[in-house]
Design a protein around this ligand. Structure first.
Ligand code: SF4
Length: 353
């Protein structure tokens, strides 16, 4: 593989690392680059994962990997793997000197908001997000002027600027609970229009009187799913369970067997005995489930987030050796403090389970 430096490890160390990698990666059959993971491919990347894991110790760094990045990052070098909220919490608790966030930029910003003393780096500065990048702080300020009496609720998939302008942050796991219990009737929910529509439906279902106003962002991965592919899959696979993320369109959420955050989706599949699953989310999560529940069967094609796939082992290694200025996340301190207050409010209002 290009970019892998000459190893400074013994043959025995490399073989042992290749075997470790193979134990996890052999189960991945929906690799984003179509690779088949066998001993040879694992042996090829073993010098690089060894180098990264050694650098990590030398630098006092932790590597956080979102479930949507490539499996060799998740199982080769990550200290923690999961969704952005879980990862930021782990980063804060780890009190690391350096955090390498293999995910997208808004996630690294969230880690910086919660761990201001750590050096937080992103492997690729272009790893944006269609949702977070759909709304800027100044645009939200204009929206707030149109709805001055609204409580502003931002989904965690938003920039630090947007968090700084919001009253409370939410995740896909706690959004319904938090909005239900806010005193205000009028809610300005940003930046995910589809999650906002799902929120509106859920409030109606719970008999809660809320006016939900949204901005117009969507996730380019989750907004692609539709009811036609769900109906076809159900016909072909009796007993199928369809699992969707709340960033999907409302008609998809309504027809799914389970709707939940990345973490909740994993928990649901692990606890279910269904013969087949159709996961309406980014393909990386299917890869994780293949590794962690190899006895289960996943059907359907692969939807990829191009931003997440900008991460690579080589970029992580380079950031650990000497992070370039564009890889280091910096936030203006007053803005960071305002964004932190919005997240702290979420901790106060989130359910305790
Ligand atoms: S999967 Fe969607 S929400 Fe997640 S980073 Fe990619 S574009 Fe953003």
């Amino acid at each position: 593989m290009p970019g892998i430096s000459a190893p400074s490890f013994t043959a025995a160390e490399i073989e042992s690392e290749a075997e470790r990698l193979l134990r996890a990666l052999m189960h991945v059959d929906c690799d984003p680059r179509g690779r088949r993971w066998n001993y040879d491919t694992c042996r090829e990347i073993a010098p690089l994962t060894l180098e990264i894991n050694r650098l990590k110790k030398e630098k006092g760094a932790v590597i956080l990997a979102h479930s949507y990045v490539e499996p060799e990052i998740i199982y080769g070098v990550a200290d923690f793997r999961g969704d952005s909220y879980y990862l930021s919490m782990q980063a804060r608790q780890a009190r690391a000197k350096m955090i390498v966030f293999a995910g997208v930029v808004f996630m690294a910003e969230t880690a910086k908001i919660l761990s201001p003393d750590a050096t937080v780096v992103v492997p690729d500065r272009d790893s944006g997000c269609s949702l977070a990048d759909s709304l800027t702080g100044p645009q939200l300020r204009e929206l707030k002027q149109l709805y001055p009496d609204a409580t502003v609720v931002c989904y965690i998939n938003s920039t630090a600027d947007v968090k700084a302008e919001s009253d409370v942050c939410v995740t896909s796991g706690n959004v319904y609970h938090i909005v239900e219990h806010l005193p205000a009737r009028r809610i300005l929910f940003v930046p995910d229009r589809l999650m906002g529509q799902n929120l509106r439906e859920e409030m109606k279902r719970r008999g809660v009187d809320k006016e939900i106003i949204t901005s117009d962002g969507t996730c380019i991965v989750h907004d692609q799913f539709g009811p036609a592919e769900m109906a076809e899959a159900r016909t072909r696979y009796p007993g199928l369970k369809i699992v969707a993320h709340p960033e999907c369109p409302p008609e998809v959420a309504a027809a799914a067997d389970f709707v939940g955050s990345t973490g909740a989706m994993m928990k649901y599949v692990k606890g279910s005995g269904a013969p087949y699953y159709l996961m309406l989310t980014e393909c990386g999560l299917v890869g994780r489930l293949q590794v962690e529940t190899p006895e289960k069967h996943f059907i359907g094609g692969c939807r990829l987030c191009p931003y997440m796939k900008l991460n690579s082992l080589e970029k992580i290694r380079d950031a650990l050796v000497a992070a370039r200025p564009d890889q280091v996340v910096t936030l203006d301190e007053p803005l960071r403090q305002r964004a932190a207050r919005c997240i702290e409010r979420m901790f106060e209002l989130a359910p305790t389970d």
